[in-house]
Design a protein around this ligand. Structure first.
Ligand SMILES: [Zn+2]
Ligand SMILES: [Zn+2]
Length: 242
């Protein structure tokens, strides 16, 4: 029990604190030395805010509950029957043993966020990969010289100042974040274009392709206007109705 709680705490509190600290160090170091323009500084902060918002939106959007109950027909149709929940699942629902419930459009149970990626938070999860990738590219763009200097010092034995060491480590972190995001996006993006989840890719023969990649992307991310922001489609529909 305490292990689960510790993992939850690390995933939901420890991780954002560490990330925020890293972003702040990068911003302060580069801004204090006047090495980035005012515009770049604002962009850095925009990225930092949007990543934290995407993270919290992904973490705190619970999966919807399946409303179906006992099905009389269940014995004759065991296909799609969930033995743990004791009902016949509608299409695109999968049982997650870690969450102990059926989850709509379940992609996978994320060990880093300690939750399921499903229809409600898939968009935020993707943003949580795309924006940090952008942050990593931006950081490397601004600090590649420090990164290079850090690598070179390992060979030449040159002693770097504390600031140089911090910047070198910060940019190395950005490189790692960038590769980790790319690694996860490698599977996520082709599936997004096909309106398919990781589970469906591995297990199902049914296709949910809506006919064009644009429609498939919109079905997860919302209209192009809000696709890149951590705003839910319900909020957009609500504002249209007003
Ligand atoms: Zn179930
Ligand atoms: Zn789960």
């Amino acid at each position: 029990m305490w292990l689960e709680r510790t993992k939850w705490m690390l995933a939901n509190i420890g991780w954002p604190i560490a990330f925020t600290f890293w972003c702040q160090v990068m911003v302060v170091l580069y801004a204090a030395n006047g090495e980035i323009s005012q515009l770049a500084l604002y962009y850095f902060q925009f990225l930092w805010i949007i990543i934290v918002c995407s993270y919290f939106s992904a973490s705190f959007t619970p999966p919807e509950r399946c409303s179906l109950v006992d099905d009389d027909d269940k014995k004759s149709s065991l296909e799609g029957f969930c033995e743990q929940c004791n009902y016949r699942k509608p299409p695109r629902w999968h049982h997650c043993r870690r969450c102990n419930q059926c989850v709509h459009r379940m992609d996978h149970h994320c060990p880093i966020l300690q939750l399921c990626i499903h229809s409600g938070n898939h968009k935020y999860f993707l943003l949580f990969l795309l924006w940090p990738l952008q942050m990593a590219i931006f950081t490397v763009y601004n600090g590649y010289y420090d990164f290079w200097k850090t690598i070179k010092s390992a060979y030449t034995g040159e002693i770097l100042s504390n600031t140089e060491q911090l910047k070198g480590t910060g940019v190395s972190n950005a490189v790692m974040v960038g590769f980790a995001a790319l690694y996860l996006l490698k599977n996520q993006l082709p599936n997004l274009l096909r309106n398919q989840t990781l589970i469906e890719e591995s297990r199902e023969t049914t296709t949910y392709d809506l006919g064009s990649w644009q429609e498939n992307v919109k079905s997860v991310m919302g209209s192009w206007r809000i696709a890149w922001l951590p705003i839910s489609m319900e909020v957009e529909n609500e504002s249209k109705r007003k």
